[in-house]
Design a protein around this ligand. Structure first.
Ligand SMILES: [Zn+2]
Ligand SMILES: [Zn+2]
Length: 221
């Protein structure tokens, strides 16, 4: 839930347009640093609008001031918190600070789409047995970003569906969670047993449980 809220919020903010009062350039939408140097607390927001223009008068002109005042190399960037009309100066140690924290709209959109698909597939699990629909089950099992509890439920349903079409894609998939991988491996063996099939120990193709010779590799079993 939190994931969806954050992604949608970031997407909305990344589309807003704000301009630097010092250089008139468009502010970049960046991920907020965990601490606010001024008060040691957080910024109270996960996103900040920052002027990343190296020619900006605030940024270019503050080096000397910091050097004279504190004797170390630092400068300021103009920063605006979402929802505020006036920004402030944020101290930075170098010109690359925050240049890697710009929000990537395409990434966010991809995350959002993936999450929407996960939601649809999860809802379809309720009717997949009645409809004999393997698709949502397979989709969730193969989506490494999907919720683990939901993927475990999909694994149980996969066994109930008894459709050997799921075996190849699952065998070709690399599971990051070893718990789930084990559950899937056991479910595949159970599923094949239920439909009187098994995997050839030599070539891994699916064959009849009673076969004496593998019809794929010809090996004796
Ligand atoms: Zn500026
Ligand atoms: Zn074989």
């Amino acid at each position: 839930m939190q994931f969806e809220d954050r992604t949608e919020r970031c997407l909305r903010l990344a589309k807003e347009e704000h301009y630097c009062p010092h250089c008139k350039q468009k502010l970049s939408c960046c991920e907020a640093p965990p601490f606010h140097i001024g008060d040691g607390l957080g910024w109270g927001t996960d996103v900040l609008f920052i002027c990343l223009n190296d020619e900006c008068s605030l940024f270019a002109g503050s080096w000397e001031q910091f050097d004279a005042q504190y004797g170390h190399s630092a400068s300021c960037r103009y920063v605006l918190c979402p929802g505020n009309t006036e920004g402030e100066s944020m101290m930075v140690g170098g010109k690359d600070a925050f240049k890697n924290s710009e929000l990537n709209i395409e990434d966010l959109q991809r995350q959002n789409q993936r999450y929407a698909k996960e939601k649809v597939a999860t809802a379809q699990l309720d009717t997949c047995i009645a409809e004999g629909n393997l698709e949502p089950v397979l989709y969730l099992l193969l989506d490494e970003h999907a919720d683990l509890a939901i993927r475990k439920r999909a694994c149980e349903l996969m066994l109930e569906l008894k459709n050997p079409a799921c075996v190849d894609p699952l065998r070709n998939h690399t599971f990051r969670n070893t718990d789930l991988e084990q559950l899937v491996n056991l479910a595949i063996i159970e599923l094949l047993k239920a439909v009187h099939q098994r995997e050839c120990p030599y070539c891994a193709e699916i064959i009849k449980a009673q076969a004496k010779l593998c019809k794929h590799c010809g090996k004796e079993l």
